[in-house]
Design a protein around this ligand. Structure first.
Ligand code: MRU
Length: 365
């Protein structure tokens, strides 16, 4: 990801300070702040407070968190795994990353664990970049095909996205946005409709910031505008990410994704989901079994932003004491999804295609 023209990842290990560096996403878009994680508690807080967020990035941060725990005390493997696993419930990448670390580290003697945990976290970081880049290549191919069918009648390809499934949600490139970056590199004139994504406004704060840094044309819309734009023929394709995809092709993503898929279906707008294989939970038969994170009511009753004096602040938008429900994710049934874009290629959102995909080998790693 280019930030002010310089390449920056969302997470990396800094040799000189022996700390894990992250971009604090709670400060964006107004302040770019790099924060150091030096302990298990720092990493767990970074995930639960959403200084880092997005399914793939949560997984890599958890792997680094385990390293930070084991360098303090190499005997705390099991409790550290549990502490990190408890930070956020919906994105399966967290569990995937921790189980991978556990399998590797539990067979080692304690004195070797910290060094191996660091090596594993660093390789997961690199792997995530390769995987997202490959997802981007497959998505760009698809966007190119779509553009070829549209370019005689319009001057841009309109993509609608929800939440932030960009470089900020991964180590680099992103999932849904990777295809947009790669399509723009192929000179496809992309314009992105960005859902604001209440309550935390990841679209407004993060996706708009990220696309702006990359100089990609985009327009911020309220979450309820998508259906209206689709009816007007102003959306050519929807492209979103996933926090967990079940073996039948159901997709769990940021709250509001389902409504976009319904509107897309009604308007015959293709609806694609970009995701790494690590986001697929083959152990679940359908999205009904996915635990949906319920977050604090204050995220709904208040809005965060920067005031005219430049101070980060929250303002209340509901009567004091109003009952609030705040589910963080919803499930989009497979029948509403045109295709799943993974590092191994594009497949249909159904059990047969996903089972076949599992048997293919990745050309990303
Ligand atoms: O609550 P968040 O901000 O972690 O939710 C993120 C999303 O819903 C993303 O769309 C998803 O993680 C896919 S990211 C590549």
């Amino acid at each position: 990801m280019l930030i002010a023209g310089k390449h920056l990842q969302t997470i990396w290990f800094d040799e000189s300070s022996e700390s894990v560096k992250i971009i604090d996403q709670t400060r964006l878009p107004h302040t770019l702040e790099i924060v150091s994680l030096v302990s298990l508690a720092d990493a767990a807080t970074a995930i639960s407070a959403m200084q880092v967020r997005g399914a793939p990035l949560i997984g890599v941060t958890a792997a680094y968190g385990l390293y930070l725990a084991l360098r303090e005390d190499p005997t705390v493997l099991e409790q550290s795994l549990q502490q990190l696993a408890a930070t956020r419930p919906t994105a399966i990448n967290l569990r995937w990353a921790l189980e991978r670390c556990q399998r590797h580290l539990q067979t080692l003697s304690p004195e070797n664990r910290a060094a191996e945990a660091l090596a594993l976290a660093r390789s997961m970081e690199r792997e995530d970049i390769d995987v997202c880049s490959a997802i981007g290549d497959h998505s760009a191919e698809l966007l190119d095909e779509l553009w070829q069918t549209k370019k005689s009648t319009q001057d841009r390809l309109n993509v609608l996205t929800h939440c932030n499934a960009g470089a900020l949600a991964t180590v680099d490139w992103g999932t849904a946005l990777a295809g947009i970056y790669k399509a723009v590199n192929r000179d496809i004139p992309i314009h992105v409709w960005v859902d604001e994504t209440r309550p935390r406004n990841q679209g407004a704060a993060l996706t708009c910031w990220e696309l702006g840094q990359q100089d990609i044309a985009h327009t911020l819309i309220v979450d309820n505008a998508g259906g209206h734009l689709m009816r007007q023929g102003l959306v050519d394709v929807c492209l979103v990410g996933s926090d967990r995809t079940t073996s039948n092709g159901d997709v769990c993503n940021k709250i509001g994704t389902y409504l976009k898929a319904l509107a897309a279906h009604d308007n015959r707008v293709p609806f694609y989901v970009a995701l790494p294989m690590s986001t697929i939970d083959y152990s679940l038969a359908s999205g009904d079994a996915i635990p949906i994170e319920e977050r604090a009511g204050a995220e709904v009753s208040h809005v965060h932003g920067r005031n005219a004096e430049g101070v980060h602040t929250a303002v209340s938008i509901a009567p004091v004491g109003t009952a609030v429900s705040n589910p963080g994710f919803d499930v989009t049934p497979a029948r509403l999804i045109s295709g799943l874009i993974t590092e191994r290629g594009v497949c249909a959102a159904n059990s047969e295609a996903l089972a076949a995909l599992r048997l293919t080998s990745s050309n990303a790693t």
